[in-house]
Design a protein around this ligand. Sequence first.
Ligand SMILES: [Zn+2]
Length: 104
Amino acid sequence: MTVTITEEPLELLRSMLEEQFVVHTNRLTELTICGRLPGHGGYDARSLDALADTARQGIADTARALRRMSDGTYGICRVCDQPIPLGRLRAVPHADVCTRCQPH
Ligand SMILES: [Zn+2]
């Protein structure tokens, strides 16, 4: 299976992923700081945990997608081995399964 995505959208998706990675990392840093403040910076402890989890998940997802870009498996569904449509990658740049194989 060869990657059918041409160079240009791939570069665009890479910058989207890099941007998201930075956004999630900054968010996690911010939440970690809030967690250390008296009164958790206005958050209750449970939502702070949930938000931090979401940020960590976002970091993991984008890091994995960037790694797939370097090893050449980006844009290929890991379930059915078919190319993931570009429209889906534009909407969800870290997607590693196509819409059909997406668990519901
Ligand atoms: Zn699939």
